[in-house]
Ligand binder design. Sequence first.
Ligand code: COA
Length: 148
Amino acid sequence: MEIKYISENKKQFLDLLLLGDESEDMIDLYLNRGDMFALYDGNLKAVCVVTQEDNTTCELKNIAVYEQFQKQGYGAALMHYITEYYKGKYETMILGTGDVPSILSFYKKCGFELSHRIKNFFTDNYDHPMFEEGVQLIDMVYLKKSLK
Ligand SMILES: CC(C)(COP(=O)(O)OP(=O)(O)OC[C@H]1O[C@@H](n2cnc3c(N)ncnc32)[C@H](O)[C@@H]1OP(=O)(O)O)[C@@H](O)C(=O)NCCC(=O)NCCS
């Protein structure tokens, strides 16, 4: 398994990025300023993007594993790698996600805990209703993890 830092041509990973964030307009808002990492195991399996939010906080904006390779440890491996990568650079990693039990369970297994919630984020910021596993996304749930 190899994890590469991607500095150029980040849009080549758009198919994967759209699994984690279905709006290309939203992706464009953070892709250039974000650090991108791609995980290869033979071929490409997963990507993620992390931005600097302030001097002490970074934010995981997107993480996605190709559907046929999910639940095989790639997401956790990428998460472990970026946690180590940012230790000493920031104090906290945050992320925002839909209120979806399976996704929350993945992040909790990766060491994240509940931070706060932004009411009606998905209904206010997207032009169409969004569903994940049959549940409409309404609030954005913020999670945090200490990097100390
Ligand atoms: C969420 C995602 C990145 C997880 O990556 P993954 O490679 O499938 O997860 P892993 O195999 O590394 O799982 C790590 C742990 O989380 C758990 N987990 C992963 N997906 C889960 C799910 N859908 N439901 C419940 N638990 C889950 C695993 O069981 C595992 O726990 P274990 O160590 O006790 O076995 C991946 O499923 C994905 O790309 N989903 C689509 C994109 C997406 O929703 N991204 C998040 C945007 S907010």
